[in-house]
Design a protein around this ligand. Structure first.
Ligand SMILES: Cc1cc2nc3c(=O)[nH]c(=O)nc-3n(C[C@H](O)[C@H](O)[C@H](O)COP(=O)(O)OP(=O)(O)OC[C@H]3O[C@@H](n4cnc5c(N)ncnc54)[C@H](O)[C@@H]3O)c2cc1C
Ligand code: FES
Length: 322
C-alpha cells in the first residue's frame, strides 16, 4: 500500500472569509463560483474546501438556553432555529489564481440539495466562510511523462485544476469527461468541436486553457461520443495512444465510474489514483463520518481510513469497494 503524504498542506489549513466575485450558472444545475480572499494557504489539485453555503451569521455571542426539567432545551438562536444548512459542504478546488495581494479560488458545483441550492442564491459581493485547503492532493509523478484525467459529473472540477498543474510540470495530459447529457456538462465550449469517434480535441475551454485535449461522452449522445466515459477511456488505451508504463491515471466522479477506471488500470498495470467522495460533516478528521475501507499490511489486510484526512485521494489498488 502506498501512502500519499503532504503534511505541509494539511497543517496549514484555516478558516477564511471570502468575497464572492461571481456565482454564475454554467449549465443546467451547475454553477461556477469565484471566491476572492486576501490570503489562503498553498493548495494543490485534488484538495477541497468546506464551504459555508450561506453568508456568515452576525456574531450573536453566547446565549443562555432555558432547559426545563424533563423537557427538551429551549433553543431560540437563529443559527439553530433557521432552515439554512448549518454544516459546511465539501467542494473541490477547480482552480486557483494568485494576484498581487489576493487569491481567487474557483469552484464548480451542482445543485443537489439544501446547501448547494442555497449557495446558488449567493450574489457577487457577499461573503462566505471557507475552511481549507483540506485533504491530500493528487500526486504528480516525476517519472511518468503522460497523464489521463477521467472525470464524471461533479468529479470534473478537480481534473481542471490538475490539468493546469500537469501543464506546469511539463506532462502530456489527456482529459476524459462524461456527463449524462450536454445540459449537465459543467464545461464551456472550446476552440474545436467534440469528436464523436473518441479522438481527443480542444473541445472545452477549461481544458484547452491548459492545452489538454479532451474526449467528451454523454450517456444520451447529445455531445461527443455516445456512451460511458470509461468505454471511451478504454478504447483510447486500446489504441496505444500512451504506453502504460509512461502513464498515470487520475479519476474523480461517481463511484461506479471510478471503480471501473480502477479495474481497467489494475488489469493493465497502470498507476492510478482515485479521488473518493463521502458525506463529510467536518472535513478535518473529527466526526468519523467519512470512512473508506483501504487495503493495508495489517493482520486483516485492510483498515478504515478517513476520506477527509487520509484521502480523498487513494491509489486505485488500495480501495476496497463494498
Ligand atoms: C471531497 C469532496 C469533494 C467534492 N467536490 C464537489 C465539487 O467540486 N462539486 C460538486 O458539485 N460537488 C462536490 N462534492 C459533493 C458535494 O459535497 C455534495 O453534492 C454536497 O455536499 C451536497 O450538499 P447539499 O446540501 O446540496 O445536498 P444534501 O441535501 O446534503 O444532499 C442531496 C443529495 O446529494 C447526496 N450527497 C450529499 N453529499 C454527498 C457526497 N459527499 N457524496 C455523494 N452524495 C452526496 C445526498 O445523499 C442526497 O441524495 C464533493 C464531495 C466531496 C466529499
Ligand atoms: S468528515 Fe469528519 S472525519 Fe472525515
Amino acid at each position: 500500500m502506498m501512502r500519499i503524504m503532504c503534511n505541509e498542506t494539511l497543517s496549514s489549513r484555516g478558516v477564511y472569509v471570502a468575497t464572492v466575485a461571481a456565482n454564475d450558472a454554467v449549465c443546467d444545475e451547475h454553477y461556477r463560483l469565484r471566491l476572492r480572499l486576501t490570503e489562503f494557504p498553498p493548495s494543490r489539485a485534488g484538495q477541497f474546501v468546506q464551504l459555508q453555503c450561506r453568508p456568515p451569521a452576525p456574531q450573536l455571542g453566547a446565549a443562555v438556553v432555558d432547559w426545563p426539567e424533563n423537557k427538551p432545551p429551549q433553543f431560540t438562536q437563529p443559527e439553530l432555529m433557521g432552515t439554512e444548512p448549518l454544516l459546511r459542504r465539501p467542494l473541490s478546488l477547480a482552480g486557483r489564481r494568485d494576484d498581487a495581494g489576493a487569491v481567487e479560488l474557483e469552484i464548480l458545483y451542482r445543485t443537489v440539495g439544501a446547501g448547494t441550492r442555497r449557495l446558488a442564491n449567493v450574489r457577487a459581493g457577499q461573503e462566505l466562510s471557507v475552511l481549507g485547503p483540506l485533504g491530500h492532493p493528487l500526486p504528480i509523478i516525476d517519472a511518468k511523462p503522460a497523464a489521463a484525467l477521467v472525470g464524471g459529473g461533479v468529479g470534473i472540477p478537480p481534473m481542471i485544476y490538475l490539468a493546469h498543474a500537469l501543464q506546469e510540470a511539463g506532462k502530456k495530459a489527456t482529459a476524459f469527461c462524461g456527463a449524462r447529457s450536454r445540459e449537465l456538462l459543467p464545461l464551456a465550449k472550446g476552440v474545436q468541436p467534440a469528436a464523436t469517434d473518441g479522438t481527443p480535441t480542444l473541445c472545452t475551454a477549461e481544458f484547452a486553457q491548459a492545452e489538454t485535449p479532451t474526449v467528451l461522452t454523454t450517456d444520451d449522445g447529445s455531445l461527443g461520443v455516445k456512451g460511458f466515459i470509461t468505454q471511451a477511456f478504454e478504447q483510447w488505451l486500446d489504441s496505444g495512444a500512451a504506453a502504460g508504463n509512461q502513464l498515470v491515471v487520475y479519476s474523480c466522479g461517481p463511484e461506479v465510474m471510478m471503480r471501473r477506471v480502477g479495474e481497467i488500470c489494475i488489469a493493465r498495470d497502470i498507476e492510478c489514483y482515485l479521488s473518493l467522495e463521502r458525506h463529510m460533516a467536518c472535513g478535518m478528521g473529527t466526526c468519523q463520518s467519512c470512512v473508506v475501507k483501504i487495503r493495508d499490511a495489517g493482520e486483516q489486510g485492510w483498515s478504515y481510513k478517513l476520506c477527509c484526512t487520509d484521502g480523498p485521494v487513494f491509489p486505485a489498488g488500495d480501495v476496497i469497494w463494498e
